[in-house]
Write a protein that binds this ligand. Sequence first.
Ligand code: G
Ligand code: G
Ligand code: MN
Ligand code: NA
Length: 250
Amino acid sequence: TQLEQALRNAIMSDAVDVHFQPIVRIRDGSTVGFEALARWIDPDLGFVSPAVFVPLAEERGFIDALSETLLRKAAEAALSWPRELFLSFNLSSAQLMDPGTAPTILATLSRVGLDPGRVELEITETAVMTSADTAERIICELRNAGMRISLDDFGTGQSSLGRLRDFTFDKVKIDRAFVSRITTDRASEHIVKAIIAMCDGLDLQVVAEGIEEKADAEKLRALGCSMGQGYFYGRPVDAAATLDYLAHHY
Ligand code: G
Ligand code: G
Ligand code: MN
Ligand code: NA
């Protein structure tokens, strides 16, 4: 298809870019890390969402090439940050079924010279479900190399609680579907509260995603949520704008 060919060309010509969104400590608003988010603007097709081109790359078997380019760019950017903030990088479900994933990631980080200890990998419950044994081995390899694993979009997948018991994660990211309604919907507030309490008990760090309003941040702080991410703190921006952001935020 036209889209597929355009994406292949974009990967080869290094035209797929990566943006960064701050993850902050809610207590004082200080930045602790950034999530890397793929961005692609095709000259003909215009903006194409990663929600479209990541699944396409998975389906057509070139997610490895795409992901490697993105990780390289993200890691290079992270090296230029003035402080040792963590880099959070999304892995797709296909990558959690491929035994080559951990070695490829480690090779890329080693080539760029970024310490794996500064890297977190975001995976979804659905990805872990699809191929549990392979996923578990890959997660174990990545953690042994010093990387941390975040469970992304928490609360929206299947059998979430069982995953927390069976797998070793470091962090849970509460899906914005709950966070965005936290001040207006009692059910969402109770769900978020329960997730935070559970994570505390399991020694998991917790990040609330999709914080758009000051009131959301205040509510989350009152509920004891330590980290947050969302438009209220900062939108995803390119590497240069990220350096500018860091020059003006602590
Ligand atoms: O930024 P946002 O709408 O644009 O991202 C849409 C979806 O694409 C999210 O689910 C996000 O996790 C995913 N995504 C963004 N960047 C990457 C990436 O580099 N790799 C993978 N696998 N998914 C990504
Ligand atoms: O699935 P994942 O959590 O990786 O997706 C991250 C997506 O959420 C990206 O598309 C990012 O642009 C988007 N995002 C980040 N912060 C906010 C926010 O405050 N509100 C909304 N609506 N989307 C957000
Ligand atoms: Mn994510
Ligand atoms: Na998410």
